[in-house]
Design a protein around this ligand. Structure first.
Ligand SMILES: Cc1cc2nc3c(=O)[nH]c(=O)nc-3n(C[C@H](O)[C@H](O)[C@H](O)COP(=O)(O)OP(=O)(O)OC[C@H]3O[C@@H](n4cnc5c(N)ncnc54)[C@H](O)[C@@H]3O)c2cc1C
Length: 459
């Protein structure tokens, strides 16, 4: 590739704060609120115009596990109290039941997240991209941002990278692997996809059919029709999709699809594009275009072949491509497959998580969704190697490709966000580095916030 020289220039210092949180998605707002409630000045920087990331803009809406305590539970209880989420339910899977927090209404969730941040005193900067960190030696001292006002600098004592892709950590020089890392240049990552919603689905008719067909092996169906608006969750449809493909010759790349309701709307998780390098703008855009084609085809399939969809139509398409996996930043500890399967206990645990194991095979063969015993997330997974005053939380945390099948779920991401916010504020208060804070002190605050840290803490 040819290169040109970008001229150096002076940029203004917009502000100096204690803590910068990069990315106002699923993880970032919880990090920001946790830090601000510890009395720190916090700025939360989000490249889009609303908070929630894959939870809201991505139309994901459903955490694949229950919220076991702390800020994640506070948020979900707030959603429930405003009618933006329903009751938790147990999803039947091939390996037994998984407790799942009800999906939320993503539009209302955007408001709730914003209100939580505002009430805690977090300064939010919307439509602002963090383009790079600035370092002194190997210590991050702030970030360069870019928005309609141009480029400027925000100084910080600690930066928390909740960008999902580990943009700041990678640019700061932290080591990482992409996906499984096994294939070197040809990446092995979970596929991308794009959610859409359908309105006017006859939910009772769909539920009646789902109870009797053998084509939906994983499901949660509320006992009564008045509960169908939240918590109807159906995964399978393989035989129905296969038969439709044979009948029509249409290319539907994913045969195992998921439907779920939130606030009466049907959320469809069906599209799939394999082998996308999301850091290539050309490949990324091609994937978006392919998802649009697939959404059209899957909607047609549902209307023609699935009872209850006869009068339905597409009502919303996620404005963002759903990316499941990119960088795993190498931290002081890398969570392994064994840790999340066996539930290894850690002295520096910052959360116990009960999320499902959820891996979409990189080559598209299948989806492995199972309930497993609780596992713990150690603080060291959020402390990148080689860079000071930087934490990572959320999808890009230090976990191998298999362990990521659990840590990428939203309850885990939110719990990590909460812990990163508290850890950063401890570092600021005690004038030490995030690498050297007292994890006993961190755990004491997390416990006070109502966060279970070990399996034994779960009721
Ligand atoms: C199709 C799909 C289905 C899924 N299904 C489930 C499910 O059923 N249950 C479940 O629990 N999980 C599911 N997941 C996983 C889960 O949604 C994500 O792993 C999780 O939401 C990631 O949270 P995050 O905060 O790390 O990232 P995001 O929620 O993506 O947030 C990152 C935020 O950072 C912002 N950002 C990024 N870079 C910058 C930058 N440089 N400057 C400023 N802002 C930036 C983004 O705009 C975004 O708002 C699914 C994922 C996908 C893609």
């Amino acid at each position: 590739m040819r290169h040109i020289e970008e001229p150096a220039r002076q940029i203004p210092v917009l502000m100096n704060v204690d803590i910068v949180v990069v990315g106002g998605g699923t993880t970032g707002p919880l990090a920001a609120v946790a830090a601000a409630r510890q009395g720190k000045s916090v700025v939360l920087i989000e490249r889009f115009g609303s908070l929630g990331g894959n939870l809201t803009l991505g139309l994901n809406t459903k955490p694949s596990g229950s919220m076991v305590g702390g800020l994640p539970l506070e948020l979900w209880n707030l959603a429930r109290s405003t009618g933006a989420a329903g009751e938790d339910y147990v999803a039947r899977t091939k390996t037994g039941g998984v407790n799942i927090a009800s999906p939320c209404d993503p539009e209302i969730m955007k408001m709730l997240l914003t209100r939580l941040c505002a009430d805690a005193g977090v300064q939010i900067l919307f439509e602002t991209l963090v383009s790079r960190p600035i370092l002194e030696g190997n210590t991050v001292i702030g970030v360069v941002i870019e928005n309609k006002g141009g480029r400027s600098f925000i100084g910080a004592k600690v930066v928390i990278d909740c960008s999902a892709d580990g943009d700041v950590a990678a640019a700061a020089g932290a080591p990482f692997i992409m996906g499984s890392g096994e294939d070197g240049e040809s990446l092995k990552m979970q596929p991308v996809g794009m959610y859409f919603t359908m309105s006017d689905v006859d939910l009772p008719a769909l539920a009646r059919w789902a109870r009797t067909t053998d084509d939906i092996p994983a499901q949660a169906i509320p006992a009564t029709d008045d509960k169908l608006d939240y918590g109807l969750w159906l995964t399978g449809f393989n035989k129905t999709v296969q038969a439709y493909k044979v009948e029509t010759g249409i290319d539907l790349p994913r045969e195992n699809i998921t439907l779920k309701t939130a606030n009466g709307l049907m959320y469809v998780n069906a599209t799939r594009v394999l082998d996308v390098d999301v850091f290539s703008p050309v490949e990324f855009s091609a994937a978006v275009i392919d998802c649009y084609r697939q959404i059209d085809e899957y909607a047609r399939f549902l209307i023609k072949k699935v009872p209850g969809f006869e009068k339905s139509r597409i009502s919303q398409i996620a404005p963002v491509l759903g990316v499941r996996e990119t960088r795993h930043i190498h931290g002081e500890y890398t969570l392994t497959a064994n840790d999340v399967m066996k539930g290894t206990s850690f002295e520096d645990t910052i959360a116990v998580d009960v999320s499902a194991f959820d891996v979409h095979a990189p080559k598209g063969e299948d989806v492995d969704f199972q309930g497993l015993q609780p596992y713990e997330i150690p603080y060291r997974c959020m402390v990148p190697m080689g860079v000071e005053q930087l934490l990572v939380a959320g999808r890009c945390v230090s976990a191998d490709h298999v362990a990521h099948g659990r840590t990428r779920n939203m309850p885990a991401c939110m719990a990590m966000g909460q812990a990163a916010g508290v850890a950063a504020s401890i570092a600021v208060s005690s004038n030490t580095t995030v690498r050297h804070i007292s994890t006993d002190g961190l755990q004491a605050i997390l416990r006070k916030m109502g966060m279970p840290l070990h399996a034994a803490d779960l009721q």
